[in-house]
Design a protein around this ligand. Sequence first.
Ligand SMILES: *[C@@H]1O[C@H](CO)[C@@H](O)[C@H](O)[C@H]1NC(C)=O
Ligand SMILES: *[C@@H]1O[C@H](CO)[C@@H](O)[C@H](O)[C@H]1NC(C)=O
Ligand SMILES: *[C@@H]1O[C@H](CO)[C@@H](O)[C@H](O)[C@H]1NC(C)=O
Ligand SMILES: *[C@@H]1O[C@H](CO)[C@@H](O)[C@H](O)[C@H]1NC(C)=O
Ligand SMILES: *[C@@H]1O[C@H](CO)[C@@H](O)[C@H](O)[C@H]1NC(C)=O
Ligand SMILES: *[C@@H]1O[C@H](CO)[C@@H](O)[C@H](O)[C@H]1NC(C)=O
Ligand SMILES: *[C@@H]1O[C@H](CO)[C@@H](O)[C@H](O)[C@H]1NC(C)=O
Ligand SMILES: *[C@@H]1O[C@H](CO)[C@@H](O)[C@H](O)[C@H]1NC(C)=O
Length: 416
Amino acid sequence: MRERKLYALIGGLLLLAVVYLNWEPGSGSGSESVFEIRIPIPWLQPRMGFVTRNSTRFVDSETGSLVYVTGWNSYWLMSSGSRVRVSEMLRRGRDMGMGVCRTWAFSDGGPQCPPGSMEWLSIIETILTRKNTYSGVMYSDEPAIFAWELMNEPRCVSNSSGPLLQAWIAEMASYIKSLDQKHLITVGLEGFYGHQRPGRLGVNPGQWAASLGSDFIQNSAVEQIDFASVHAYPDSWIPNASLEEKAKYLARWVDSHVNDSQNVLKKPVLFTEVGSHFHVKKNGSYDRDILLKTVYDKVYESAKLGQAGAGALIWQLVIEGMESYQDEFSLIAKEHPSTYKLIMQQSCRLRSLFGKTDNNSTKRFNLFRDYLIKMISFVGESNVSHCQGLHTNNEQDLLKVYYVQLIIYLCCFKEA
Ligand SMILES: *[C@@H]1O[C@H](CO)[C@@H](O)[C@H](O)[C@H]1NC(C)=O
Ligand SMILES: *[C@@H]1O[C@H](CO)[C@@H](O)[C@H](O)[C@H]1NC(C)=O
Ligand SMILES: *[C@@H]1O[C@H](CO)[C@@H](O)[C@H](O)[C@H]1NC(C)=O
Ligand SMILES: *[C@@H]1O[C@H](CO)[C@@H](O)[C@H](O)[C@H]1NC(C)=O
Ligand SMILES: *[C@@H]1O[C@H](CO)[C@@H](O)[C@H](O)[C@H]1NC(C)=O
Ligand SMILES: *[C@@H]1O[C@H](CO)[C@@H](O)[C@H](O)[C@H]1NC(C)=O
Ligand SMILES: *[C@@H]1O[C@H](CO)[C@@H](O)[C@H](O)[C@H]1NC(C)=O
Ligand SMILES: *[C@@H]1O[C@H](CO)[C@@H](O)[C@H](O)[C@H]1NC(C)=O
């Protein structure tokens, strides 16, 4: 009797699976059609661990393995209008061994509102409670999401913005935790030190940086903030410095933030945007590679010691056809073999420290593709045969996590 019920259930599920086996009509001009299988039943999805943290380190909750990140930004994913392009970008990222993509949870020109308002809270709620129509899983329950970020580069120069920003971070982070206890949260800071930290002001790129209403330590110290985030743009911040000066500056910037995260905050820190111009070739090396390598080396040193410097994400990768979303720091990785190689090397050496094979997470990631406006697309199976010397030949789990920003733009804080 019991068995019969079970068979009926299995039969029903198979039927459901068939119903969801369909052709997805292409968007826009109708040029793309993607064959999709949807089985939107949460417990049928492949198992995958959430990324959690143990003091200063990220840990994969399923495997217990430490997580040190090589990743990239593609802010345009939401706006690309093309599943095929998104899919292609994710595939290429994975081919370079990268495991985290940072992108926006809404489009440019999307909701903008004063911080703390009900509207902002409702955006958060909308995102966290949204069900992925491919897997039936709510975003708050989705392990393919690495973390939530509150806001990209919060800044406001008004005098009273410091305490307001601090209160806003606490309020938003608490609200997210009330709806979602599974994901980590970060702020999205550039990492500047504020006036209240005179001993650190020399690490800032200039006097201006202390007057932006933010302070790396105070803002990141909020209890519900799980890890710190820092950006790095020496070409924009100290444009007139020589390459050597920029590299030296960058090394100090990274050291200081890793040190503060390790010793003061006791939380991991991700360098979530590392960007530089593509300059003329100098004795066989490109400026960008020298600067990127500076950060990569620091992260690798941190990883070897099991310290707080938990990873770096390059700003930003694009693919052909997305030129309109390019900025001065964008690149198509394939067109810059030396940078491509550098990214690959970083992925491989970090993975050789902590890599564990986990087929399930790849499957899971593949299912996390129906985004707010059905944008995130299928990540095809692909080999990463480039990680020579790793004691595994299955590298298909590389792109296991997805890093989504809740909020992109700065809202200025009104004078209190
Ligand atoms: C956290 O890390 C410490 C040091 O490695 C270890 O002793 C402890 O068991 C870990 N805690 C958890 C909950 O994994
Ligand atoms: C901002 O601070 C400066 C220096 O402390 C002060 O001169 C100025 O009046 C303040 N402005 C406001 C609007 O509080
Ligand atoms: C860099 O040099 C240019 C031209 O010499 C100058 O106008 C600009 O103010 C300098 N920028 C900084 C940040 O020093
Ligand atoms: C690292 O942080 C500790 C604690 O704040 C501080 O005493 C030390 O001087 C820092 N070292 C460097 C190199 O910044
Ligand atoms: C390239 O030149 C710079 C000085 O301009 C020097 O510091 C660096 O070591 C050189 N790199 C190589 C690979 O020779
Ligand atoms: C993962 O998949 C590969 C290739 O499909 C297979 O050889 C390997 O045994 C799988 N690993 C696990 C842990 O299931
Ligand atoms: C992969 O999924 C299977 C079936 O759900 C499970 O038994 C196994 O423990 C999972 N492996 C890992 C590494 O999570
Ligand atoms: C995967 O690797 C195998 C062996 O190196 C190769 O034959 C195959 O074409 C590769 N597949 C893809 C999708 O790159």
